[in-house]
Design a protein around this ligand. Structure first.
Ligand code: GDP
Ligand code: MN
Length: 433
């Protein structure tokens, strides 16, 4: 039994997604650093800039000749990445404000390509200018959710720096994990066990222990799903600093994490998926030619299976969930049609909470407004299905309505194939109901 109104209950609820809806908001490094600072955790001094001139001013202000310019793009492995221009590395160690300006110019508004970014790369929307610290030891520390034990877990390694995935592969013994008992949090005993794995000198251990406890406090209070510090550094002066931080937050908790939500940089996300999320829709792009509008993750899977069974390939699927209105259905259609290769649309709705007549209304409006010239096959079942059918029939639109899944799937595959072939040879086809 989960106690009411407790932190524990909320952690439990947010960490066990029953549905494929868990989204993780990610923050730019400079925002993450500011958040860590709020918790009294050591981070290098610095500030973010949107232009090379601003970057220069920050460098002057920092009044140091040992500086780092860091590309702010939501991807990991920036140090080993490169830009579309051929310019190397998203993390540059520099030694003058002039150099800061020059390097910032090479990074800002260019695409940073890393192991994690995909071939297209991520646009650099800001640069983070920080004081350069000299490392005695670089370690790795993260707090993540352990799905097996259903608790938060600390992952720690003395082999920090760039490539923790490589360490995991080649030297897995160098990585240690510790489950956190959510009723106790990170106790001094646990913090001391973890700190002992960092490879730090005895002088740095007390601050390391303190940092570990504060990181967990931040993790729990901010509804984070992940905090990754790589490197967690002991400087030559035995100071413990988070040199790089990556956060993930549970989107379902953002209603009570207003400042975290306000730090979102939507320019770093897929614009179609952002539009979908705004309307409470889940949109996933695939590589076939049949667009799918469904409700519920289970039905989405079944829909894709049955399309494949009849020899077709889904282009995407859009899960409109339970709260769909005619307006969100129209948005859904627009999203499905963002991909030019869609040659047919399959609407598969099982009306429980969602009303079939709302879906029909949205469908009709979309077909009208978007001047659809590809076939729509709709299989509607459940709440208000009679009303929905009536609406479709009276609309005068060519919407193929079905009650059975098999015949509907067969039809949509058949029609999309015809359109696909016609497109390939450059002829227009019309189809009769
Ligand atoms: P990532 O490649 O995206 O993980 O970016 P990081 O912020 O981790 O930077 C890559 C690497 O640059 C780090 O692992 C450090 O080795 C190095 N680096 C970054 N900032 C500093 C700094 O202030 N001092 C020193 N000595 N190295 C730094
Ligand atoms: Mn890093």
């Amino acid at each position: 039994m989960i106690p009411r109104n407790s932190r524990i209950a909320l952690t439990r609820l947010t960490k066990v997604p029953t549905y494929g809806q868990l989204r993780n908001l990610s923050l730019h490094e400079y925002r993450s650093a500011a958040l860590l600072k709020q918790y009294g955790i050591g981070v290098p001094k610095g500030a973010a800039a949107k232009t090379p001139e601003e970057a220069y001013a920050i460098a002057k202000e920092l009044n140091s000749y040992d500086l780092v310019v860091k590309a702010q793009a939501l991807t990991g492995g920036r140090g080993k990445g490169h830009f579309e221009t051929g310019y190397k590395s998203g993390v540059h160690l520099v030694s003058s404000p002039e150099q800061v300006k020059e390097v910032s110019g090479e990074m800002l508004h260019h695409k940073l390509i890393t192991k994690q970014s995909g071939a297209a790369g991520k646009e650099v929307t800001a640069v983070f200018i920080v004081e350069r610290k000299f490392a005695r030891k670089e370690a790795y520390l993260s707090i993540i959710m352990d799905r097996t034990n259903q608790t938060p877990m600390i992952v720690v390694s003395s082999e920090g720096g760039m490539d923790i995935e490589g360490v995991a592969k080649e030297n897995p013994d160098a990585i240690k994990t510790f489950d956190i008992d959510i009723n106790k949090g990170v106790t001094p005993e646990l913090a001391s066990k973890v700190a002992a794995c960092l490879g730090f000198s005895p002088k740095a251990i007390p601050q390391a222990e303190d940092t570990i406890q504060k990181l967990y406090k931040c993790f729990a209070e901010r509804d984070a799903t992940q905090i990754e510090i790589n490197p967690l550094t002991e400087t030559v002066d035995h100071e413990v600093l988070c040199i790089d931080a990556k956060f993930g937050f549970d989107d379902n908790a953002l209603f009570r994490q207003k400042d975290v939500a306000s730090w979102r940089d939507v320019s770093q996300e897929d614009p179609d998926e952002v539009t979908a999320a705004k309307s409470g829709l889940n949109f996933i792009k695939l590589d076939g030619n049949i667009g799918c509008l469904v409700n519920g993750a289970g039905l989405a899977m079944a829909t894709m299976d049955i399309i494949k069974l009849y020899g077709g390939k889904p282009a995407n699927f859009l899960d409109c969930g339970g709260g769909a209105t005619p307006e969100t259905i129209e948005t859904a259609f627009k999203l499905i049609l963002t991909e030019a290769n869609v040659t047919g649309i399959f609407v598969n709705i099982f009306g429980g909470i969602v009303r079939c007549d709302y879906v029909a209304e949205g469908l009709i409006a979309a077909a009208h407004n978007l001047k659809l010239d590809i076939p729509i096959v709709a299989r509607l079942q459940g709440t208000n299905v009679g009303k929905a059918k009536e609406l479709i029939k009276n609309s005068g639109l060519k919407i193929f309505a079905f009650e059975e899944l098999d015949s509907a799937a067969e039809k949509v595959v058949q029609l999309s194939d015809i359109i696909q072939k016609a497109r390939e040879v450059g002829v227009k086809v019309s189809f009769e109901l």
